[in-house]
Design a protein around this ligand. Structure first.
Ligand code: GTP
Length: 378
């Protein structure tokens, strides 16, 4: 006789191998206000990470866990995403799009695409980068007989997050929003990745703005529905702010998360894509990635961790030090960038300096000899 545990294992393995049955919903409808000005034209899930849209990395991650059937819940700037990914076949997955107008909140968005969901499914915030083991999380979910399992990740300072208190088996006891240091009984926060049973959707009101965090989860606890927290110390970051956007690049380039880089290896930690014209007297210090068709002038210095998008022009004597530059941006001569993000089609005049923490949105023009002080956003 097989034990219940073995049966669960067997079913799960069979189900997982079949692959096509496991669906994932990715929530990509938010306006991404905290990441402005980078998100004025570009939805948060399309901001480049190592010169590819964030969502492409997410899709690759799901594919790595045999999840090939993905539903995208869109709202803000949906065309941008649909144009790039099409039906998903170029990326080896099947994509279904459901567009909301007006936005329905994280749980309302899932309710809105209920007709596509009749088996246990995953939901992901479309701004988290993680190497969470989804197979292990599914085993946990099945093993506990959970209706909703929430991935939990530890943070150093839980006082600015919603923390999730669980018992020894992982069953959620309480959600505490932004606890004071004395009230913080745990540093485990909601990582924005869930496994949900389809019957849970009956608890979400249709057509109303409703969130998982403040709406559905507390309601499920009140109604005695079993909700579990799956604790993991896997790599996790949400790219919701310019600081965390830079931090993800830093971590990827410094090798804190395993990830292949685009382009040819042109030296220690230096990756250059095709068609670049790099002056022999330019100085490159990895880890850096330089996108296609860039021109880098003489005595320019590029110091890692940095990324330069395709089609950029970096003038003579520029200094790029721990900066992320999007495509088709042009730096005059002697420009310096330090620990900042510069979006696409930006022009920066000769000798201007962009200091730490600055964020320049698309199409910004900075004249010569300007100094953008720490933290400037344009
Ligand atoms: P901020 O404005 O900076 O808070 O960002 P945001 O609008 O993206 O909100 P938040 O970071 O809380 O959202 C978490 C995830 O849910 C993101 O991937 C959002 O795109 C997504 N999201 C938030 N609200 C909605 C919504 O109403 N509909 C859909 N489809 N997705 C949403």
């Amino acid at each position: 006789m097989l034990s219940n545990e073995q049966i669960v294992e067997d079913v799960l393995e069979y189900w997982w191998e079949k692959g096509e049955d496991v669906k994932a919903v990715i929530l990509v409808g938010g306006e991404g206000t905290r990441l402005r000005p980078l998100t004025f034209n570009t939805p948060k899930s399309m901001v480049p990470i190592l010169n590819r849209p964030f969502l492409e990395h997410m899709i690759e991650y799901l594919k790595g866990h045999a999840i090939n059937d993905i539903i995208l819940a869109l709202c803000y700037r949906p065309d941008h995403i649909q144009r790039y990914f099409g039906d998903g076949s170029k990326f080896g997955v099947k994509l279904t799009y459901v567009v909301e107008d007006p936005p329905l909140g994280t749980a309302g968005a899932v309710k809105n695409l209920e007709e596509h969901l009749d088996e246990t499914f995953f939901v992901f915030n479309g701004d988290i980068f993680t190497d969470l083991d989804l197979t292990a999380m599914m085993k946990f979910h099945r093993g506990e007989g959970s209706k909703v399992s929430i991935a939990l990740t530890p943070v150093e300072d839980p006082t600015t997050y919603g923390v999730v208190e669980t018992n020894a088996e992982g069953k959620v006891k309480r959600f505490i929003e932004k606890p004071s240091p004395d009230a913080a009984t745990t540093n485990m926060i909601n990582a924005g990745a869930y496994i949900v049973e389809p019957d849970v959707l009956s608890h979400i009101p249709k057509g109303l703005n409703f969130t998982f965090e403040r709406g559905l989860f507390p309601l499920l606890l009140e109604r005695g529905v079993p909700v579990y927290g799956y604790q993991s110390d896997a790599y996790w970051i949400d790219i919701g702010t310019p600081e965390s956007y830079l931090k993800l690049h830093h971590d990827l380039l410094m090798g804190r998360v395993a990830k292949g880089f685009p382009g040819e290896r042109a030296g220690e930690g230096i990756w250059v894509e095709e068609g670049c014209d790099i002056h022999p007297q330019a100085e490159l210090k990895g880890p850096i990635i330089i996108g296609r068709n860039c021109v880098i002038g003489s005595r320019a210095q590029v110091k890692g961790p940095s990324v330069i998008g395709q089609g950029c022009r970096i003038g003579k004597g520029c200094l790029i030090d721990e900066a992320i530059v999007w495509q088709n941006t042009c730096l005059g001569q002697g420009v310096s960038l330090r620990r900042c993000v510069v979006a696409e089609n930006v022009f920066i005049g000769d000798r201007s300096r962009v200091m730490e923490g600055c964020v320049l949105g698309d199409n910004v023009v900075v004249g010569p000899d300007e100094k953008l002080t720490r933290g400037t956003k344009l």
